[in-house]
Ligand binder design. Sequence first.
Ligand SMILES: Cc1cc2nc3c(=O)[nH]c(=O)nc-3n(C[C@H](O)[C@H](O)[C@H](O)COP(=O)(O)OP(=O)(O)OC[C@H]3O[C@@H](n4cnc5c(N)ncnc54)[C@H](O)[C@@H]3O)c2cc1C
Length: 388
Amino acid sequence: MDFSENEHHAMLRESLVRFGRRHIPPGAVAKWEKAGSIDREVYRALADLGVMGLCVPVQYGGAGRDIVGMILVIDELSRLAVPLCTLYTFAACYGGMTIADLGSEAQKAEILPKVASGDIMLSYGWTEPDVGSDLPSVQTTARREGDKLIVNGAKRFCSGADITDYILALVRTGPIDQKYKNLSLVLVPNRSAGITITPIETLGHHGVGTTDVTFQDVQVPFDNILGGPEKLNQGWQTIAQSMLDIEKIEAAAGGLGVARAALEEARNYAMQRVQFGSEIAKIQDIRHKIADMEVNAHTAHLVTYHAAWALENGLPCSKETSIAKLYATEAARTNALLCLQIMGAYGYTKDFDCERLVRDALLLPIAAGSSAIQRNNIAHLSGLPRVK
Ligand SMILES: Cc1cc2nc3c(=O)[nH]c(=O)nc-3n(C[C@H](O)[C@H](O)[C@H](O)COP(=O)(O)OP(=O)(O)OC[C@H]3O[C@@H](n4cnc5c(N)ncnc54)[C@H](O)[C@@H]3O)c2cc1C
């Protein structure tokens, strides 16, 4: 068993640390949050590192299929700047890995070279006003008319839809009474006629917003079904087979980065803040909190990279990705709240990153399948009978 990072991944991590020092100075993320968007030059500089195509096959201009590398980038970017990490996910993960694994040849040829060059991003449009965890109950419809699909309905919390190029929408392509059967995933170009995109105000994740999207008689080529026309009505199988694993592992890596960032912030503060004549880092209660944060971040690292390794090696890993998603995102929340306790009043101000980490961390155990949903999966995959 070898737990060491290989040379290629160690260099990748080092290059991201250097990228952070150069392009994300203190205060940069707060500025992006205020502006509601990320400095596009920084995104371009990230793309220039060659990390967008880590899961794009070589013939489309990428690096092959380096899931561990992609997870490492998400881990480092979410440590540096959650909104930048979110954009990276829209490109490398939703665009690159999803299309490389599940797209038709035409979709790969159209989308993957643009992913590798950093010129395209995808949003996931799964959640709806009345459908959260119970995804296969979506009500947005797509009916066939000749060589077109006509899409009608509404998606909620469709992150980045105002800036991405396609919404990968989960839609109903047959009667609703067959809950898991008549579903398809469709690549809907965001700028199609009949689409309205409205921002939703949220507690955190401000540099990249989430949106409401409505579809009114939106015409989409029939060929835009993910995987091509033969995948009509195969949407749930596609999601259940591999897309949930992709989403869970990406969310876990995001949690890991935030858990590490909170640990660094708390440690730095504890070593500088003096009360009763010495650094608060010498107080046992503070030390134990930081020790707990180390354990959380370390364990999150192990479960996340183990699940990424399993996914990369084609091993069945739905339980492992659920464990990683559950543990790492809860670790992010716990560490962010411990950081706030350690920093006291200053953690509550906008002068430090702590308050942003708290706001960003609170989402992580909710989105991409809540912690309760991951526990349901893990219990079922541990051999317990499935319950509704
Ligand atoms: C900022 C933000 C960005 C988002 N981005 C996207 C996006 O890009 N694309 C997208 O499609 N969605 C996105 N989402 C939606 C997110 O994935 C959903 O919030 C999530 O799937 C849960 O749905 P819900 O919040 O409606 O909760 P609900 O499903 O209504 O659940 C409410 C509560 O009940 C619990 N619960 C529900 N069912 C069960 C069960 N069977 N067993 C145990 N407990 C249960 C949940 O854990 C939760 O605590 C985003 C959400 C936010 C806030």
